[in-house]
Design a protein around this ligand. Structure first.
Ligand code: ZN
Length: 101
């Protein structure tokens, strides 16, 4: 589902999310439920709230930034959150234990 969501992110925004990983963007898991993930994405002095819903086909996501709110697109923060969620899930699987957040 997260990969399907990432498939809907345009190349430019996906690239900026990857650049964010290199730049050391932080994320903080606020709440993790079976049906959704809520987290803060932080870079510099900015902080955005990202919510990824797992319900429905392909799920849906929203972010508090201007790009997502005004244009209604999947922004770089959503892409970043989805990539880091996939990374955390993969790390948890390979470590044979669940995520601690
Ligand atoms: Zn955003």
């Amino acid at each position: 589902m997260l990969r399907r969501l990432l498939g809907k992110v345009d190349d430019g925004r996906f690239g900026r999310a990857l650049a964010g990983i290199q730049a050391g963007w932080q994320w903080e898991c606020k709440e993790r439920k079976a049906e959704c993930v809520e987290r803060y994405v932080k870079h510099g002095n900015k902080q955005y709230m990202v919510v990824i819903e797992r319900r429905g086909r392909g799920g849906s996501a929203r972010c508090s930034c201007e790009d997502a709110v005004k244009r209604g697109v999947l922004c770089k923060h959503i892409a970043f959150a989805a990539v880091s969620e996939l990374a955390a899930a993969a790390a948890a699987r390979s470590a044979h234990r669940s995520c601690r957040c």
